[in-house]
Design a protein around this ligand. Sequence first.
Ligand SMILES: Cc1cc2nc3c(=O)[nH]c(=O)nc-3n(C[C@H](O)[C@H](O)[C@H](O)COP(=O)(O)OP(=O)(O)OC[C@H]3O[C@@H](n4cnc5c(N)ncnc54)[C@H](O)[C@@H]3O)c2cc1C
Length: 441
Amino acid sequence: MEICVVGGGIIGLATAWYLQRDGHSVSLVESRESVGLGASQANGGQLSYRYIAPLADPALFAGYPRWLLGRDAPVRLRLRLDPAQWRWLLAFLRACNHRDRAASIAALAPLSLYSRQLVGDLAADPAFDFDWRRNGKLIVYRERRAFAAACRGLAASATDHEPQQVLDVRACCALEPALARVAPALVGGIFTPDEEVGDCLALCRAFERGLRMAATPTRILLSERAQSIELSRGRFRSVRTDRRTITADACVIANGVLAGSLLRPLGIALPLYPLKGYSISPKVVREDGAPVVSVTDQGRRIVYARIGDRLRVAGMADIVGYDETARADRIATLAREAGRWFGDAVDLSDLQAWAGLRPATPGGTPIIGASGIDGLWLNVGHGALGFTLAAGSAGLLAAQLVDRGTPVPDRPFALTGPPAGSARAFASVFGRGRAVEEGAR
Ligand SMILES: Cc1cc2nc3c(=O)[nH]c(=O)nc-3n(C[C@H](O)[C@H](O)[C@H](O)COP(=O)(O)OP(=O)(O)OC[C@H]3O[C@@H](n4cnc5c(N)ncnc54)[C@H](O)[C@@H]3O)c2cc1C
């Protein structure tokens, strides 16, 4: 099959990779001058297969007022004159309940483990050098109540396959001596030895190289924007870009937060909104003071990960629209925290400040599968887990596209909705966090 993939972030590139491996002839369109420069560029680097809980959490109601008003709050909301933002927020608030949260985790768990298996295969291939390491993830707590709740959650979900360990502060520091500086402020931690870390941009580039070097190379069109999707007799026919028309048998939409605007003219409304996050990547200048294990400061929702000779410090979720500016106050918060935690082990005069827009659905599950239009497929909405889930989502989509058995249950990722125009359609927008708007399709 001839297939056109729109979007050259980690999701589009992984999709092109698994489609090409299945023998399809693939074209990939990316509007920026190079691949991986959207949300995939300088993310937290966590391949966090076990920590897949969505942001929508009933416990957030307790923390939100403090978070939303605080200067350094991990979540920041600025209400805008934008109905899409309000719709998303309402659906998000509706998803903040135990049932939806559990359903989201249950759906994501097999996808995440499938992704881990595929990432393992990539990491074993010398052509894929993306600073991958299985260094384990240590989540440290500063509040006793939050730590106790996390330990209870662990006990409830523990199986033989989940070798997670509850550590007191001494054990945290023994495991990761670089924590000595902040030890007095900590109450304990949970360590997951089999979590991984990697450089998402390097993986994007490795995919690009592999796609170009294949016997039947993927045609990668950079600095070229997909402007519209054209149909013929109700089925996908071509992608019109600002340079040409690409006719194909099928198309996969994987252009992150901008997928909604591309599909709206077709009557498809995606429940996506950007959750803006930030990172800095100062150079490690003193090995004995910088962490080797990935560390998450759970109170502030900041992750610290070693990527090459730098420390990636990432976090925050600003619900503020599509502006990609790396705001000075948010960057300053990350820099201050990095200094507090690891002092002069990192060089804070060279921050590599960055901001990116996570393409988020209200309930935290991506949309992977048919769009409702023949030949038009979706792989979008991976929110805070796009690096972790990219390989699995791409493998799943490649299986769906040729209608072979799917490697994991795919129903939870479907863009489903009741018939357009019904009262149930409206309820579906706000009730299940997954939308086919009134009048759509
Ligand atoms: C601060 C931060 C930290 C994060 N940390 C982690 C983490 O530790 N682990 C994890 O798993 N995930 C993490 N994420 C989430 C992860 O980075 C995203 O889920 C993932 O990058 C989304 O990938 P994507 O390919 O869907 O989007 P993008 O990477 O944004 O790619 C979409 C691409 O489509 C292109 N495009 C848009 N419109 C068009 C068009 N019309 N035509 C052609 N091209 C177009 C864009 O230029 C872009 O390159 C983090 C995100 C942020 C912001």
